[in-house]
Ligand binder design. Structure first.
Ligand code: AMP
Length: 283
């Protein structure tokens, strides 16, 4: 069932009083990565809601909000195949009101702590995680799920959402799901659509760098500087590295030496498309 309004969603939700409800928040253009979250939600919950909302307040002014792929008919088909109970696809006006300027001088925002935001994607995507936390908390309040499903693909996002849920006592259990990749190793992303065939090949460098770091760690290299330096032999002029970090996977704290709780994270532009990926060094 496709719903666009909050009232309709709430009416439907009120009929599920004694059932467990799972929410899978997405921006649509669904692929196997999203479907893995939906499958996990179906396994865990009686009812599953998938939200499809390209959230304007998590995009910076020079980012791809306008050209972000919008494929609601196809998304509906995929969700129906997976047995999703509700696809919730509100408009920006429904979420943020008509005539509001989408900024924190007219709207209440959720601002996650600086420590978690002032690194990795948050360093260049100013305000991004404020936008993410704000929309996710709104979706939690609208849908009132028991469980919400997020991908490790956006590792910083999951850590920040877990922190928000904990700090604000939000009664939702966050379930993190593994990264789904193409056979080549490329992590699935709606933004892969922007890449040419050649760009997709060049993009393999992200997973190659991460796998190599993991393999070096498994062979006993724990010095983080040394681990990061292994990346340089993979990078060429097609790659614009934004960051490569090895941090604690739960807290995003810097470490002196890598350990079994470390995560390696990378952001790199290929053909101007900003791609991210990560890997746990021990799993
Ligand atoms: P998005 O539509 O990009 O906002 O993503 C919605 C959810 O799907 C987020 O929790 C993402 O982390 C998750 N996701 C996106 N790509 C993947 C992937 N390749 N594997 C697993 N989860 C993913």
């Amino acid at each position: 069932m496709l719903l666009h309004n909050i009232e309709e969603l709430r009416d439907q939700r009120s009929e599920w009083k004694n059932l467990t409800v799972g929410l899978v928040p997405t921006m649509g253009a669904l692929h196997e990565g999203h479907l893995s979250l939906i499958k996990k939600a179906k396994e865990t919950c009686d009812k599953v809601v998938v939200s499809v909302f390209v959230n304007p307040i998590q995009f910076g002014p020079s980012e791809d909000f306008d050209k972000y792929p919008r494929t609601l008919d196809k998304d509906m088909e995929l969700c129906e195949k997976e047995g999703v109970d509700i696809v919730f696809a509100p408009t920006p006006e429904t979420m943020y009101g008509k005539g509001n300027r989408l900024s924190n001088d007219t709207l209440t925002y959720v601002c996650p702590p600086f420590f978690y935001v002032n690194k990795l994607c948050g360093k260049t995507r100013i305000g991004h995680f404020d936008g993410v936390c704000t929309v996710v908390l709104k979706l939690f309040n609208i849908v009132q799920p028991d469980y919400a499903f997020f991908g490790q693909k956006d590792a910083q996002q999951v850590v920040i959402i877990k922190k928000m849920v904990n700090d604000l006592n939000v009664p939702v259990e966050i379930v993190q799901c593994p990264i789904v990749r193409e056979e080549s190793g490329l992590a699935l992303s709606s933004r892969n659509k922007y890449l040419s065939e050649e760009g997709k090949k060049d993009a393999l460098v992200l997973s190659k760098i991460l796998n190599n770091i993991k393999s070096c760690y498994k062979h006993g290299i724990t010095d983080i500087k040394a681990l990061k330096e292994t990346a340089y032999s993979f990078l060429g002029d097609k790659h614009e590295l934004e960051y490569l970090e090895v941090l604690n996977k739960n807290t995003l704290e810097e470490q002196v030496k890598a350990d079994d709780d470390s995560i390696a994270l990378i952001a790199c532009r290929v053909e101007g498309v900003r791609l991210i990926d990560n890997i746990y060094l021990c799993e």
